[in-house]
Design a binder for this molecule. Structure first.
Ligand code: NAD
Length: 355
């Protein structure tokens, strides 16, 4: 069994649970809107299914509702920010608002954000920048149980370390590349496990370092009490990118890198290095617009390859999913819905699919 619910109802229900973690009504609404937008965008892994984790993290004390970013250093085009373990959906937006203003003023901004609680879909932040005509690049690390193996390694050593690049395009929707450096997002393994699905070969190793198609190896402890691990995308190259995200998002931001055995904490902290560029201030705006447009048009003229209908650019699948799910509702599997109801019960909020 499963449910298909309208986005508006999910926003209200999720907000009531987030408020139960101690958030102000405005904060709860912003977190809920962000999570539901991730579902609408087709990324259920970073949507409302995160609510149980947030409820536990707040109870643990690792997530601190109603916290804002603290400016640690401000030299104009360089910003160092501390997320103070606030909801990533709040401190990430606050950080981007500051960085976008600086990039508009100075032509560019390099911004670090450490100790943000889970930032969710990183594309959300690049979308804020591209909406203002800015290029936005993000390198992110994840401080949580290490679920991704090094290339050549047999256990998890780091997180799914996402990378994101947003580029505004003249007269068109932006290019929005936003991906985990693991072959798949950890949350997608939770979703697959909840649905009882297997995953394609080459994505996972089990608790003994052997290849497996069982997503459960990274969701629940295995026979020896250990977890398996996800593999990086693109073999040694994706592995290198994941390490770059750890060094830039974790070390350079000061937020911290992961270098200890796994624990059972539910708190997830992200560190994010953001580089913002205003093409209008770089002196190449006219050429940038013409050349970017010409290249995207050239890509689109490619004949579809076997098994494909068309060539798309990054960002399009999410925009198409939004249109379809706004219209048809958001599909929630039974296990995820039960977990969300149980999370609500923990903070004294009762929700049902008929609310
Ligand atoms: P994914 O594998 O679905 O890849 C998504 C990217 O590929 C998007 O930019 C999308 O537009 C593009 N894309 C997909 N199909 C395409 C096609 N046919 N043609 C052209 N481009 C195409 O994403 P993922 O790796 O599962 O990541 C999902 C989300 O998880 C991201 O939003 C990421 O930021 C987020 N994430 C967050 C954290 C965190 O700790 N906060 C950690 C990992 C991932």
């Amino acid at each position: 069994m499963s449910l298909t619910l309208p986005a508006s109802r999910l926003r209200t229900q999720v907000a009531s649970i987030i408020e139960g973690t101690g958030s102000s009504p405005a904060e709860a609404r912003q977190v809920a809107d962000n999570l539901v937008l991730a579902n609408l965008s087709g990324h259920d892994s970073h949507g409302i299914g995160m609510v149980p984790r947030y409820v536990d993290a707040a109870a643990e004390g690792g997530l601190k509702p109603n916290s804002g970013v603290k400016v640690v250093l401000d030299t104009g085009a360089l910003l160092t920010l501390d997320g103070q373990r606030g909801y990533g959906q709040i401190v990430g937006v606050q950080a981007m608002e500051l960085g976008i203003a600086r990039a508009k003023a100075h032509g560019s901004c390099i911004m670090t954000l450490g100790q943000a609680h889970h930032l969710g879909r990183i594309g959300h932040f690049a979308e804020m920048a591209t909406a203002q005509g800015l290029v936005s690049m993000h390198f992110v690390n994840v401080l949580s149980r290490p679920v991704v193996a090094a290339w050549g390694g047999g256990d998890g050593r780091f997180g799914t370390n996402p990378c994101c690049i947003g580029i505004p395009l003249p007269g068109a929707e932006p290019f929005l590349l936003d991906f985990a450096t693991s072959r798949v997002a950890q949350g997608k393994m939770r979703v697959a496990y909840n649905k009882g699905e297997k995953v394609a070969p080459g994505h996972l190793i089990d608790e003994n370092g052997a290849p497996t198609d069982d997503p459960g190896v990274v969701v629940v402890p295995q026979s020896n009490g250990l977890f398996g691990a996800l593999m990086t995308f693109g073999e040694h190259k994706g592995y290198g990118m994941a390490v770059a995200c750890e060094l830039l998002g974790g070390a350079l931001t000061g937020g911290g890198t992961w270098h200890r055995p796994a624990d059972t904490a539910r708190t997830v902290l992200n560190g994010m290095l953001t580089v913002l560029i205003d093409p209008a201030k770089l002196g190449t705006q006219a050429a940038f617009e013409t050349e970017a447009r010409a290249f995207v048009d050239w890509l689109r003229q490619s004949p579809p390859g076997a098994g494909f209908d068309e060539v798309q650019i990054a960002g399009e699948p999410e925009r198409k999913a939004r249109a379809a799910r706004e219209r048809d509702g958001i599909w929630v599997d039974d296990a995820t819905w039960s977990e969300i109801m149980a999370a609500g019960a923990k903070v004294g909020v009762r929700i049902t699919s008929a609310d």
